[in-house]
Ligand binder design. Structure first.
Ligand SMILES: [Zn+2]
Length: 306
C-alpha cells in the first residue's frame, strides 16, 4: 500500500490548509457538481483527529488509511460533522485500522443507528488541544439538526462540514434542514469571528467572513423572491413555485429545489407571513436529499398572509 501522491490524484491531492490542518479529498456519492468530500485531519506530530472520513469506496478508504499511516500520528478519534452518507462511510475503516473511537452529536448518533457505530457523544464546547491549536466543537444546526463544525480557537479556522460549500450548494431539506436555524448559525459564526473555512466539498475559502455574508444575503434574497411569488399568486405548493424561482435548474432537480422553497415557506410561516389553509403543521412531504425513494412526494398548499 502506498501513500496518496499528488501525481495520482491531481486536483484531489491532499493538501495542508494551515499548520496542523490537512485536507484529504475522498471520492464519494455526493451532490453534483461535487464529486469528493474533504476528510480533514487536525492535530500535531503526536495525535490527530480525523473529521468526516467519508468515502464508502474501498480504494479510497485504503488511500486514506495509507495517508494517515504515512503521517505517523496516533488517531485519537474520528469526529463526524453530521449523518449524511457522503460524510461517514469510512468511519469504521479508520476505527478498525487505528482503534479509534467515533464521536458525533447525539442527534447524529440517533440517525446513524444501524449504519455507523458511534461510540461517544460530542457537544458544543468539547475540545481537543494540540501543539499549536485547540479544536472545539460548535453545534451548528441548519443543514442537519445534529450538525457540528469545528473551530481552531487561535486562528478561527472553521472546519465547516456542510454549512458552506466550496463547490456546489448547501441543501436545506426540512425537517432535518431548518432555514431559520441555518441563518442563525451563519450569523453566529460571523459574530464570534471566523478565519478561513474548510468546507466539506471544494477548495478552502480563505475569507470565511465574506463568504458567510454572501450566503446570508443570497438566502435572504431567495426568501424575498419566495414571498413575492406567493404574494402575487395568492397561494401555491412549493413545487409550483420552483420553475419561477429556479428557471436555470433542470427538471430532474425540481424535487430537491422544492424542498429548499419549502424551507423558506416554513420560515415565513413561523414568522406569520404565510399559512396553510388546510391547517396542517410540521414539514409536509418527505425529505429528498440523501433520502432513498422516489421523488413524487406529497406537498402542502401555502397561502400568503395570516
Ligand atoms: Zn450533508
Amino acid at each position: 500500500m502506498t501513500a496518496i501522491t499528488e501525481a495520482d490524484r491531481g486536483p484531489h491531492a491532499p493538501f495542508q490548509a494551515q499548520a496542523g490542518v490537512h485536507v484529504v479529498p475522498l471520492r464519494t456519492p455526493t451532490l453534483p457538481p461535487a464529486t469528493h468530500t474533504n476528510c480533514v485531519v487536525v492535530g500535531d506530530a503526536e495525535r490527530v483527529v480525523v473529521i468526516d472520513p467519508a468515502s464508502p469506496f474501498a480504494d479510497e478508504q485504503q488511500e486514506l488509511i495509507a495517508w494517515l499511516t504515512a503521517h505517523g500520528a496516533t488517531v485519537e478519534a474520528v469526529w463526524l460533522t453530521h449523518h449524511h452518507a457522503d460524510h461517514v462511510l469510512a468511519a469504521h475503516a479508520v476505527r478498525d485500522a487505528f482503534d479509534a473511537p467515533i464521536h458525533a452529536h447525539p442527534a447524529t448518533i440517533e440517525r446513524l443507528r444501524g449504519l455507523v457505530e458511534v461510540t461517544g457523544e460530542l457537544f458544543e464546547g468539547d475540545f481537543l488541544e494540540f501543539d499549536g491549536l485547540t479544536l472545539e466543537a460548535l453545534h451548528t444546526p441548519g443543514h442537519a439538526r445534529g450538525h457540528l463544525a469545528f473551530r481552531d480557537r487561535g486562528s478561527r479556522l472553521v472546519v465547516a462540514g456542510d454549512l458552506v460549500a466550496g463547490q456546489g450548494t448547501i441543501v436545506i431539506d426540512p425537517p432535518e434542514g431548518d432555514m431559520a436555524d441555518y441563518l442563525l448559525t451563519l450569523a453566529r459564526l460571523i459574530q464570534e469571528g471566523v478565519g478561513a473555512i474548510v468546507p466539506a466539498h471544494g477548495p478552502v475559502i480563505e475569507d470565511g467572513e465574506a463568504r458567510l455574508f454572501e450566503y446570508i444575503a443570497h438566502r435572504q434574497q431567495r426568501e424575498e423572491q419566495v414571498a413575492d411569488v406567493l404574494r402575487s399568486r395568492g397561494e401555491g405548493k412549493a413545487i409550483d413555485l420552483v420553475p419561477v424561482l429556479y428557471p436555470e435548474v433542470p427538471a430532474m432537480f425540481w424535487p430537491l429545489a422544492a424542498r429548499q422553497v419549502l424551507a423558506h415557506l416554513l420560515k415565513l410561516e413561523a414568522e406569520g407571513d404565510v399559512h396553510r389553509p388546510d391547517g396542517s403543521t410540521g414539514a409536509p412531504g418527505a425529505p429528498v436529499y440523501m433520502a432513498p425513494g422516489g421523488s413524487a412526494r406529497p406537498d402542502a398548499v401555502f397561502r400568503w398572509g395570516r
